[in-house]
Design a protein. Sequence first.
Lengths: 117, 116
Amino acid sequence: AQKITQTQPGMFVQEKEAVTLDCTYDTSDQSYGLFWYKQPSSGEMIFLIYQGSYDEQNATEGRYSLNFQKARKSANLVISASQLGDSAMYFCAMREFTDNNDYKLSFGAGTTVTVRA
Amino acid sequence: SAVISQKPSRDICQRGTSLTIQCQVDSQVTMMFWYRQQPGQSLTLIATANQGSEATYESGFVIDKFPISRPNLTFSTLTVSNMSPEDSSIYLCSVEDLDPPRVTQYFGPGTRLLVL
């Protein structure tokens, strides 16, 4: 079963506007973490923001903020004041512990964001 | 933050051959991860490599096809064996960087592999 769901394959946003990327997750664990990554056309994976399941406040990193709604199992990324350089693929990921006390990241399908001038 | 380098950055290989990808980190890390990203797809975890123990493979990935070495806390290799065109992907090395209260997981620049 899909653990991370990103329902928006692609989005267009006007420069300087805000955009929200949806992410829902499925887990029965109490302790988990949620990540967002940006992948530009160059292919590198750029870490944007992290939210722990026990964090009471929503994470923020510069223009990025994570709207964490634990009861709804959603972790939406908000990008404020979009810039042309924000055009990229964005992945939501969840970290879960495994049976042998390691952990692993599961990724969503991604959302392509195109910023228009 | 951890700085990760991978070699080679890209390669074109013939089917039936093998390629070894190297991952070097500028600091000691406990866990290293290898991912595959097929064209137009998301990332899929191949295996987790802890120093001093056998790698743990995810469902659908086997050691004979993707042998991994982890000789120390800063280095790992992934070999793609007996390659076929279906192995054409980006292969990414990743490490966790624990700097409380921040938790991040960083990725290397990736190795773009094309199998003909």
